[in-house]
Design a protein around this ligand. Structure first.
Ligand code: IPD
Ligand code: CA
Ligand code: CA
Length: 277
């Protein structure tokens, strides 16, 4: 079964990757709920291709996919799909996007693949079997503390309304870490922690399809993934911290330290907006 899951997931990821590359040169953009949340033909087409591959192999499995939502029926087996993570990058031709597919059995993710077709990098993890990049085992970094760390983060699509909140954490971490990056693809951000390219990642308000595959990659690469308060990661309300393990507590503590000021500045902004309305 595990081998079959891996084969099907890889087939689906490759099908999506081919569509990304084909569509990259002629992109059609539509806007979602607000002006900065985009959806392209590549998102829709690659999602359909992934679901077709999975359904052909496992017709009874449930699906949760970003563009088409959750399948109506329940099953112990569920696939969690982000057909194109990094859509804003993709729409601008910025080379940082991927497909992310996770397979969950009885509520626990067992397999994840994050595939960057442009760079031909395929990150996979099977529960208990470690993580690999293009077939070679990967491990998180050995960076010992925040001061020596390269961190990464992202901002959710409510970033205009909540900018003061998000920027407080950015400010705290850019002061304390060696460097902070914002790449625009949460799934790749997690894969890069797994591969030891960065040492830690945090982001508020992610969705299950952004993190399901990336989180198992980090765990299987011997890193640590939790909610922002260090509790067990809740995919549904993904406020996530993922690190090499060594600096996890320090990153959690830095985020907690910035929190009261973040809440205060955000409340201040809200009352300014109301006053000017
Ligand atoms: C987004 C990316 C981005 C993150 C956003 C996500 P999408 O996913 O992962 O890095 O900051 O929160 O929504 O929309 O490109 O699939
Ligand atoms: Ca995403
Ligand atoms: Ca997406």
């Amino acid at each position: 079964m595990n081998h079959e899951i891996e084969q099907v997931a890889l087939r689906a990821a490759r099908a999506a990757g081919r569509i990304h590359l084909k569509r990259l040169s002629r992109i059609t953009i539509n806007r979602k709920s607000n002006s900065i949340d985009l959806v392209t033909e590549a998102d829709r087409e690659s999602e359909a291709a992934i679901i077709e591959v999975i359904h052909r192999a496992f017709p009874t499995h449930a699906i949760l996919a970003e563009e088409s939502g959750a399948s109506a029926h329940r099953s112990d087996h569920r696939w969690i799909i982000d057909p194109l993570d990094g859509t804003t990058n993709f729409a601008h031709g910025y080379p940082q996007f991927c497909v992310s597919i996770a397979y969950e059995r009885r509520g626990r993710v067992q397999f994840g693949v994050v595939f960057d077709a442009l760079k031909k990098e395929c990150f996979i993890a099977q529960r208990g079997q470690g993580a690999r990049l293009n077939g070679k085992p990967i491990r998180v970094s050995t960076t010992p503390n925040l001061g020596a760390a390269l961190l990464c983060t992202g901002f959710a699509y409510d970033r205009r309304e909540r900018r003061r909140f998000y920027l407080c954490f950015w400010e705290e971490l850019m002061t304390r870490a060696q460097g902070v990056r914002r790449t625009g693809s949460a799934a790749l951000d997690l894969a890069y922690v797994a591969a030891g390219r960065t040492d830690g990642f945090w982001e508020f308000g992610l969705r299950p399809w952004d993190v399901a595959a990336g989180a198992i990659l980090v765990e299987e690469a011997r890193g640590r993934v939790t909610n922002m308060d260090a509790s067990e990661l809740d995919l549904a309300g993904a406020n996530i911290v993922a690190t090499n393990g060594r600096l996890h507590d320090e990153l959690i503590e830095a985020i907690a330290r910035a929190r009261p000021e973040a809440d205060r500045r955000q409340a201040e902004m809200l009352s300014e907006t109301k006053a000017s309305a």
